[in-house]
Design a protein around this ligand. Structure first.
Ligand SMILES: [Zn+2]
Length: 136
């Protein structure tokens, strides 16, 4: 779940509008620098939901997640999913991802898994498009 596009996702803090219209500050979000998919860090998702619900019930419009769950847990998540080379260099796709996808395509072909193979072909196509965008 913490993988996307063949690599581990990267954590960063973001302010999030909850379903109950509470502005929740400093929520750890796992983010994929390649396809920009993002999810609330699974480690704190339940706490986030419960706290967001309490704030909405109490009519609070803005709250800080670290106040509720402690800085320690937030820092643990940031440590667990550090910035990678994609964030550091602004590249959407790195060679490692392309190499790994080609390896998996070979494997999928060997075991004759057509669906998986097609999925990987699509992924590679997306990688190529994204690397072209970066170069322009
Ligand atoms: Zn991705």
């Amino acid at each position: 779940m913490d993988h996307c596009c063949g690599l581990t996702m990267v954590a960063r803090l973001q302010n999030v509008f909850t379903e109950g219209s509470v502005l929740m500050q400093d929520v750890p979000i796992l983010f994929c620098p390649t396809c920009h998919h993002s999810v609330i860090a699974p480690e704190i998702e339940l706490d986030y939901q419960i706290y967001a619900h309490h704030c909405a019930t109490d009519g609070i419009r803005s709250a800080s997640l670290p106040d509720a769950i402690g800085d320690e847990r937030i820092l643990q998540i940031l440590d667990k999913y550090p910035e990678d080379i994609r964030v550091a260099t602004g590249q959407r796709v790195v060679q490692e991802q392309i190499d790994m996808t080609l390896d998996l395509m070979n494997f999928a072909k060997q075991i004759d898994d057509q669906d998986w193979y097609q999925e990987l072909v699509e992924r590679l196509r997306m990688f190529r498009e994204l690397s072209n965008v970066t170069r322009q």
